[in-house]
Design a protein around this ligand. Structure first.
Ligand code: ZN
Length: 678
């Protein structure tokens, strides 16, 4: 599972509460590029230089393994993505065309968007985006390239290639959506992803229902690592493994994992890497579970990583996992914060305002740490989560727990890049709020995420006999609401000062204000005019903030106030605001614990979906005037091993000077591990 988009990614914050933040380093300009709806940032890897040579070497090998799977994700997202990327990059490098025209500019933007989305469908909405350049430009550019530079199949002419690609690129009705989740439609036939070929939704359901044994207490994740296809009338799984589908990419990953295994930090980590390699060789899902258990139990290593078929958001059936990788090491100083929270988990549960019958007698603390990412790969690149909680298997989580991480050098990059963006001047009511957010915002934002992840999701219990899926489609936003409210409630508790997590009782107000401003106003910048609020985390924020706005009306606790025709959030009483959060937490926990579907539906439908079109337009206009991009992506640092005369690694250097286009062209040159046609 991955955690929510970082809330302050659209905030303009000066970070001043620096005791929890790493020292400023080499990066002068965090913003690297901006196009369409994306801004590309750089992130720093503080502390890398002071790692041991063994740790640096291990990270270097794991980083290489993380880059070798890039092609897999492109192919998983859409069957023609690798061909399209190759054609576009060939045009970019070789085409003999005017490079100052609006067509060229639009072409550059399109190519950059394909890199951001790992394909031709938007990384977030999953809708296909249409080129801004003309068909004529495309044909002219293709025609100006020596045919032997183009990826042509035997016998194929440039004209045939163009004919094949034109509808794929330009016709909005061809493969329009990567992941379609509209109820009532065949979700397989109407989704353009490459997880299924030639099968219908009912065939998929029948195939996997036959594999499942409802009495198995430790079921494997059926379908996780394969494409399901119909061949000669038979339905077969093509497994992603060293001698199967994606074999050449997996072998390249194995090459580097093999080196990593030899420099692992300890026997437990050696076993983790070893089991992962076994799994990549065999594709055996039982071996994958063994690996997941070992990985969950490895809490002693400083260096850690994810490398594999992990999250299932790209499959409308929620079975097939996209390939991703992230390599990281523990931020020991910042992890003290999450350790304090985790080790007091029972105290937090006992003192929560919810009805005692819904409380857990014994809370299992979640292993939580703050990490520094060294590389982002696959589905974590270039857009990345800020927190990850794995493994996903329910029974492994139940029996062995899970690891929850917050990626703090990424959140630091968001904050650093937002400095001077004009956002806080535009949307925050006055200097007092701005100053408070400047002083405490980075800290309280991270703390809210920690409380949400380490404690919020794990607190409370269902009454006996209540179906965990009782809330159905309302389950996800209600669950996120519960975790967010748990965090909001405790941020303002004196315990936070006592535990040394915040310096004083002013700090929480920074997060309260930001949270309300985001939920009531600025998160609307992520939604197109005329659309509703759909995403679970956005619904949860709308529910909480609109509910407290409505319930606090009589006492004027929170209000939306106008100045010069602009709408602002004004908080008149922070203590009473906390009481409102507590009241709503009590009700949300009751809904969850008793499975009260009707109450969940009523809350979500009343507060979390509709948007006032006048307010929406105002927020979009103000936001657009700032020329800010609602989505962020990243470039990775460049790592270079320093070798002695015998070829041994004696150091690993890190650089932050590669730009976005250079990085992708280099990755395509050095890490193209799959054939273009398969
Ligand atoms: Zn959550």
């Amino acid at each position: 599972m991955r955690s929510t988009f970082y809330i302050p990614l659209i905030m303009g914050l000066l970070v001043q509460f620096s005791c929890k933040k790493s020292e400023p380093g080499e990066i002068k300009d965090y913003s690297v590029d901006q196009f369409a709806d994306v801004e590309i940032l750089r992130y720093e890897v503080p502390g890398f230089e002071s790692l041991s040579l063994q740790q640096k070497t291990l990270i270097y090998y794991l980083n290489e393994a993380a880059l070798q799977g890039r092609d897999i994700l492109f192919d998983q997202n859409y069957r023609h993505n690798l061909l399209i990327r190759k054609v576009l990059e060939t045009i970019y490098i070789h085409a003999d065309v005017q490079r100052t025209t609006s067509d060229w500019k639009a072409f550059e933007t399109y190519l950059k968007r394909v890199w951001v989305s790992n394909g031709i469908h938007h990384h977030y909405s999953t809708d296909k985006f249409i080129p801004g350049f003309s068909r004529d430009f495309f044909l002219e550019a293709l025609g100006n390239i020596p045919a032997d530079s183009l990826p042509l199949q035997t016998g194929e002419t440039v004209g045939m290639l163009a004919e094949k690609l034109l509808p794929i690129l330009f016709d909005p009705n061809v493969d329009a959506k990567r992941v379609n989740q509209k109820e009532g439609e065949d979700l397989i036939a109407t989704s353009a992803n490459n997880y299924y070929q030639g099968v219908t939704q009912s065939e998929v359901e029948a195939f996997y229902d036959a594999l499942k044994n409802p009495n198995d207490p430790q079921p494997v994740s059926h379908g996780l690592n394969s494409r399901l296809v119909k061949e000669d009338g038979r339905i077969v799984e093509k497994v992603w493994k060293a001698d199967g589908l994606y074999g050449s990419a997996i072998q390249a990953i194995l090459f580097w994992l093999d080196k990593a295994e030899k420099v692992a930090e300890n026997p437990q980590q050696t076993q983790v890497i070893h089991q992962l390699m076994d799994y990549y060789r065999t594709g055996d899902l039982k071996t994958f579970d063994d690996y997941c258990i070992s990985w969950t139990q490895d809490t002693a290593s400083l260096v850690d990583f994810v490398n594999g078929f992990t999250e299932t958001y790209g499959d409308p059936m929620g079975m097939k996992a996209s390939w991703e990788s992230i390599v990281n090491f523990k931020n020991v100083e910042a992890t003290k914060r999450t350790e304090i929270i985790s080790s007091n988990a029972q105290w937090f549960e006992d003192h929560s305002p919810i009805d005692p019958t819904f409380k857990k007698e014994t809370v299992k603390g979640v292993t939580a740490k703050v990490i520094t990412a060294t590389i982002l790969g696959g589905d974590c690149y270039p857009t990345t989560p800020i927190g990850i909680n794995l493994p996903n298997s329910n029974w492994i989580r139940r029996d062995y727990g899970s690891k929850s991480v917050t990626i703090e050098n990424i959140t630091e990059a968001y904050d650093a890049a937002a400095q001077g963006s004009g956002f806080s001047e535009e949307f925050i009511w006055d200097d007092a709020e701005r100053k408070r957010i400047q002083t405490y915002g980075f800290l309280t934002d991270n703390l809210h995420t920690d409380l949400h992840e380490c404690l919020g999701h794990g607190s409370g219990k269902l009454l006996p006999g209540v179906d965990p899926d009782a809330l159905k489609a309302y389950g996800a936003p209600i669950e996120e609401t519960r975790a967010d409210l748990f965090g909001l409630y405790y941020l303002a508790d004196p315990i936070m000062v006592e535990l040394g997590l915040v310096p004083d009782m002013e700090a929480y107000k920074a997060q309260y204000y930001k949270y309300l401003m985001n939920g009531l106003l600025t998160q609307l910048t992520r939604i197109e005019p005329g659309n509703l609020i759909e995403q679970a985390h956005m619904r949860n924020r709308a529910l909480i903030t609109r509910w407290v706005l409505a319930k606090g009306k009589a006492d004027n606790i929170v209000e939306l106030r106008k100045r010069d025709d602009k709408t602002y959030v004004v908080v008149n009483d922070y203590e009473k605001l906390r009481n409102l959060f507590a009241q709503l937490l009590v009700e949300i926990q009751r809904i969850k614990s008793t499975g009260d579907f009707d109450a969940a539906k009523k809350l979500i439908e009343s507060y979390a979906i509709q948007i006032d079109p006048v307010l929406h337009k105002e927020i979009l206009d103000r936001y657009n005037a700032l020329n800010l991009a609602p989505y962020k992506g990243f470039v990775n640092p460049v790592y270079t091993p320093v070798l002695d005369a015998d070829g041994n690694i004696v150091d690993v250097h890190i650089r932050y000077d590669e730009d976005y286009t250079q990085q992708h062209l280099r990755y395509s040159r050095d890490y193209s591990t799959l054939p273009i046609w398969n």
